[in-house]
Write a protein that binds this ligand. Structure first.
Ligand code: 13P
Length: 252
């Protein structure tokens, strides 16, 4: 299956910075065919980035959306608005949305269903906190998030699962350690088992489960080489063209 490497810029980059990034990045990844590359900028520059990415091998995603198509929801953005400006993917249920904006599994589930209905591919984030991990609850948390966020989803083929252990996310600290390849692989395998239980073996095998949490040029190759890691969701290291291109080129 084709690996997916997605940039989550979070609340970073102005229009000017984004244009400069894309000019450089396009050159660096020109000719890369084996990886599907996606950039998820902040809402204010999604349309601009969409234009800059025309006729390139780089696709576009958003970092969030609301589940209704239109209406009185001040401050929100709908799936049809994202589709209209060229988004193919949307990150949903990121741990920062869960932690700072109180998103829960039931809301995220509505968003997943709405994204799929509107032809957007959700990158659904799951992952345990440090506290949950030290209490031995990692598998329970992952199972709960997956079952509840994917409730009533009939077909998983257009969904990407991002395993993002919250304790490994850099929050801008370039020295933050990622999960070890063995720990990440163990959770990816567990996630695939849960998907198999719900959607069947074939669907589980063909669903991409990507890793996020301090993935960077120094560790991308060994993480991406693991059998159940099908790509990466990259925060901090996606903010510079050179480091993001190096991660992209680390695919197996
Ligand atoms: P970092 O790569 O900065 O750890 O961020 C990971 C992440 O949260 C991507 O969604």
């Amino acid at each position: 299956m084709q690996q997916l490497i997605a940039a989550n810029w979070k609340m970073n980059r102005t229009a000017k910075e984004a244009v400069s990034f894309i000019k450089k990045f396009k050159k660096l990844v020109k000719g890369v065919k084996d990886a599907e590359i996606v950039i998820c900028p902040p809402f204010t520059i999604v349309e601009l980035v969409s234009k800059e990415l025309k006729n390139s091998n780089i696709k576009l995603g958003a970092q969030n959306m609301y589940f209704e198509n239109a209406g009185a929801y001040t401050g929100e953005v709908s799936p049809i608005m994202l589709k209209e400006i060229g988004c193919e993917y949307v990150i949903l249920g990121h741990s920062e949305r869960r932690e700072f904006f109180n998103e829960d599994n039931s809301l995220i589930n509505k968003k997943v269903i709405s994204a799929l209905k509107n032809g957007l591919k959700p990158i659904l984030c799951v992952g345990e906190t440090f506290e949950q991990r030290t209490q031995g609850k990692t598998d329970d948390v992952l199972e709960d998030q997956l079952i509840n966020c994917l409730k009533d989803v009939k077909e998983i083929k257009d969904v990407v699962i991002a395993y993002e252990p919250v304790w490994a996310i850099s929050r801008g600290n370039p020295n933050q350690k990622a999960a070890t390849k063995a720990d990440a692989e163990e959770s990816h395998l567990f996630i695939r088992k849960i998907l198999e239980g719900v959607f069947g073996k074939e669907s589980a095998i063909s669903t991409r489960i990507i890793y996020g949490g301090s993935m960077k040029p120094e560790n991308a190759k060994e993480l991406l080489a693991m059998p159940n890691i099908d790509g990466g969701l990259v925060g901090n290291a996606s903010l510079e063209p050179k480091s993001f291109a190096e991660v992209v080129k680390s695919i197996k």
